[in-house]
Design a protein around this ligand. Structure first.
Ligand code: SF4
Ligand code: SF4
Length: 388
């Protein structure tokens, strides 16, 4: 009796990778240069050569919950040095997209977030949601809204309690989706790990993984896209700053409304708008500047390295579009409010649409790497996989 293993390729999976930005997959002839040049890969389990052959053979089960696919930081060193132009960095990115779809709590949401044919639906959902709310509130006529106060104020257009309800529900949805996705990815990684299981509790490995992420240590190992580390770092902390600002604004509003806390020192409890001297406003401004610089670095880095590292796929660009949409509409609506231009209300409407898209699709879009790469890093530490 022969012990031969029969490999059953999933051709649909191969086709999805090719369509999702991995069109160069078939060029790979397994020279392993990519695994040699990758500075992020652990020595005992080198990637991405093995992922290239598994992808060529349509081995979906081995790839879809592979920690290595998520340990890749898409620095593109491998793509730049591949002698065949097989772009392994882009192929791994396309596999990650399939991984997101596979572990998604609501697969339809993953499809909407990743399929270019559904870009209209991606934005139609939040546009309809906010328009319905404005209609219910009777605020679709911006001239009438403007007449409600002597200064332009966005809470006359979309009251803060309405925003809070929408975004608390959205955040709960995103958190549940992320939790389900992380659980499924973890279970898949354990199933694939075979005998290389970790011992004890994985929770002790969370802090070291988070510390590595906070310092962006892995990005520092990349050669081709060195600037990307700084762009990614600035964007990361800009998002963190804006998340703090959002929470801070809730504390200001409800601290005043329900606890009767009055403004003291530079802290202006109560309703927006707040003066520029308020620490929350300063943090918002600093985060916005970090956001703009970080985004510009990432964009220029991507365009500047297009020849070596590829231009990315729809999966990358739709995420960047949403991110730039959040930043651009946020700053523009702020400027239009200061200049008292009524059109600012509709710019603010689109700002809410972009912010909702960023949060609601987070576990289904490129943003999901925040959850799943962290999970893979914890798993790698837990199983000793990342030892050099
Ligand atoms: S992707 Fe390129 S570098 Fe890597 S094994 Fe294939 S041909 Fe070689
Ligand atoms: S893109 Fe960078 S991290 Fe990912 S496999 Fe290639 S060299 Fe390694």
């Amino acid at each position: 009796m022969s012990d031969a293993t029969v490999i059953k390729p999933d051709l649909q999976f191969v086709s999805e990778i090719i369509k999702g930005g991995g069109e160069s997959l078939k060029k790979c002839y397994q020279c392993a240069t990519c695994s040699v040049v990758c500075n992020v890969t652990p020595e005992g389990n080198p990637f991405p050569r093995k992922e290239m052959v598994l992808a060529q053979w349509g081995q979906k089960d081995k790839l879809i919950t592979s920690p290595d696919v998520w340990l890749c930081h898409q620095c593109s060193d491998c793509t730049a040095y591949c002698p065949r132009g097989a772009k392994p960095g882009e192929v791994l990115n396309a596999i990650r997209k399939q991984s997101i779809k596979e572990v998604a709590m609501i697969p339809l949401f993953a499809k909407i977030a990743t399929d270019p044919k559904l870009i209209w639906l991606l934005f139609a959902i939040p546009m309809a949601l906010f328009y319905i709310v404005l209609t219910v509130l009777g605020n679709t006529n911006i001239d009438v809204v403007r007449a409600k106060s002597s200064h332009m104020a966005y809470h006359n257009f979309m009251p803060v309690p309405a925003i809070d309800v929408i975004f608390i529900l959205t955040a709960a949805f995103a958190a549940t989706s992320a939790f389900v996705g992380i659980k499924r990815l973890w279970a898949g990684m354990q199933a694939n790990a075979g005998t290389a299981q970790g011992s004890g509790s994985p929770f002790g490995h969370i802090l070291p993984a988070v510390t590595t992420i906070l310092a962006h240590k892995k990005f520092a190992d990349c050669n081709v896209s060195r600037l990307r580390q700084w762009g990614h770092l600035l964007l990361f902390y800009a998002f963190a700053g804006l998340a703090i600002v959002t929470t801070w604004a809730i504390v200001y509003l409800y601290g005043h409304e329900f606890l009767g806390i009055k403004a003291f020192g530079p802290f202006n409890f109560g309703e927006a708008p707040y003066p520029m001297t308020d620490p929350m406003k300063m943090l918002a401004l600093a985060s916005s500047v970090a956001f703009a610089i970080g985004f510009t670095i990432i964009l220029l880095n991507r365009l500047g390295n297009a020849g070596k590292a590829g231009m990315g796929s729809y999966f990358d660009w739709i995420f960047l579009l949403i991110v730039i949409g959040v930043g651009a509409t946020g700053m523009l609506s702020w400027g239009l409010r200061l200049a008292d231009v009524t059109m600012g209300y509709w710019v603010y409407y689109f700002h809410l649409v972009f912010v909702w898209s960023l949060f609601a699709y987070a576990p289904y879009s490129k943003f999901a790497h925040l959850f799943y790469r962290t999970t893979a890093m914890v798993f790698a530490k837990y199983t000793g996989r990342d030892k050099k």
